[in-house]
Design a protein around this ligand. Sequence first.
Ligand SMILES: [Zn+2]
Length: 281
Amino acid sequence: MSTDNNESRTRTTRQPKRGVPEGLFQRCPGCQEIIFRKEVEKRLGVCPACDYHWYVSARERVRQVLDEGTFEEWDENLEPGDPLEFVDVKPYAQRLVAERARTGLRDAVVTGTGMIRARRVAFAVTDSAFLMGSMGSVVGEKLTRTVERATTQNLPLIIISGSGGGARMHEGILSLMQMAKVSAALARYHEAGGLYISVLTNPTMGGVAASFASLGDVMFAEPRALVGFAGPRTIKATIRLELPKGFQTSEFLLEHGFIDRIVSRADLKTEIARTIDYCGK
Ligand SMILES: [Zn+2]
């Protein structure tokens, strides 16, 4: 047996596949109930018993939120370079090839325009399956262009964040500068009178949380999403204090005024449309 086979076998036993697993029935990580998979899929990847929200891919998110057949993708072919020739366990260039093959995405964000209940919007969604949804030069550039097009075309802007990685270390300073770049574009959009609805999903962390994801005029979050900058373990080790119960969850952040509303996945499309109307956009 080759080493490769051994490796992949170990990996499948240790790391369950993202999202709703294959098979007729599955166990919910939220309530441990055994649930009929079709039922979960019908509910857009949400547990019927406990409202646990599974990961959904960026492409699936487009299908869930935008009106059928209305999505026109922007900058689909933008790809990152490897200016540092970065190598950790394996070279960044190889890692990108593998991530592309696994996710079918060119990078961690999908952007474009489409309709939400017949209202045209600029739309972006980051995918935590692609290098943890981290923001490198391509994610930053695609988001910036999306914000700029929303500004010139006078469109409401919706960004759904699912990013555990923050800034992408493989691109060093080129990743870090994206935080400022996207934020500056959002400031200009704001000055032009645009409406930006930011939707936080599990997880939204690091440089993504510290830039565009936190800058919404209206802040939505899915139930029980992990949202924060540094992880709880890091914070605990640094400040040496017990963290409060529910720390860095949507519910905790709602209570403390960081987000405006917790929105279940099934209601997201309607809530976005309603907010656009309410704000007169
Ligand atoms: Zn459940």
